[in-house]
Design a protein around this ligand. Structure first.
Ligand code: DX5
Ligand code: ZN
Length: 221
């Protein structure tokens, strides 16, 4: 069985109590904290930056997975590395120089990821696979929590799984958008090993019950 990881997205957390929210979700079994950064330019929403990453860092004993939905990407990468990010991923169409941005993330001491929107082709991976630690397949169009899972993402996950296996590299395959107890197994069967879930966890009163139910779905595979 692959090592499965549950990555709650704090986009759906109560920002007025963010420290408590991240502590609670980690106590409930979160493997990773997913940190959505939106700039009101690349996506039509505005969220949180390096200051908030730095503020939650002392409360988080698991990796912080920064998902940059910003354009341009390079200027802000070192700031997130200094703020305590462990993984930084970006959308290739938001960078003029994808290889340079990946290298910048690695030189900053973080793991590097590329993110693919539902309509973004996978060919961006072709010449940079050796600089990638994580591939994130979006199963919604980025910008908002609480959207419905786009089923075509399953085909894309399967295609990426084949590419990762062929590369022989240890690359995390993450899925983000509309993940719930009901569809996490389908995403895992397609080849995902890391599951972002925002509204499915933070929208519910008992975080542990949701995370345990998700793990239950994965355990049967
Ligand atoms: C969307 C974000 C997601 C979002 C997922 O642009 O990248 O991480 O928080 O939220 P849910 O799980 O509610 O679809
Ligand atoms: Zn995200």
């Amino acid at each position: 069985m692959p090592q499965y990881r549950i990555a709650p997205s704090i986009l759906s957390a109560d920002f007025a109590r963010l420290g408590e929210e991240v502590r609670n979700v980690i106590a409930a079994g979160a493997d990773i904290i997913h940190f959505d950064v939106m700039d009101n330019h690349y996506v039509p929403n505005l969220t949180i930056g390096p200051l908030v990453c730095e503020a939650i860092r002392p409360h988080v004993q698991v990796p912080i997975d920064v998902h940059l939905m910003v354009k341009p990407v390079d200027r802000i990468i070192p700031d997130f590395a200094k703020a305590g990010a462990d993984i930084i991923s970006f959308h290739p169409e938001a960078s003029e120089h994808v290889d340079r941005s990946l290298q910048l993330i690695r030189d900053s001491g973080c793991k590097a990821g590329l993110v693919f929107n539902p309509g973004t082709p996978l060919h961006y991976l072709e010449h940079v696979m050796d600089k990638i630690d994580l591939i994130l397949i979006m199963s919604v169009n980025p910008g908002f929590g609480g959207q419905s899972f786009i089923p075509h993402a399953l085909k894309k996950i399967a295609a990426v799984r084949a590419l990762i296996d062929a590369s022989g590299r240890d690359v995390m395959l993450e899925v983000d958008g509309g993940i719930k107890i009901e569809n996490i197994a389908a995403a895992a069967k397609a080849g995902a090993d890391t599951f972002v879930a925002g509204s499915a966890i933070f929208g519910k009163p008992d975080y542990r019950a949701v995370i345990d139910a998700m793990r239950g779905e994965l355990a049967g595979l």
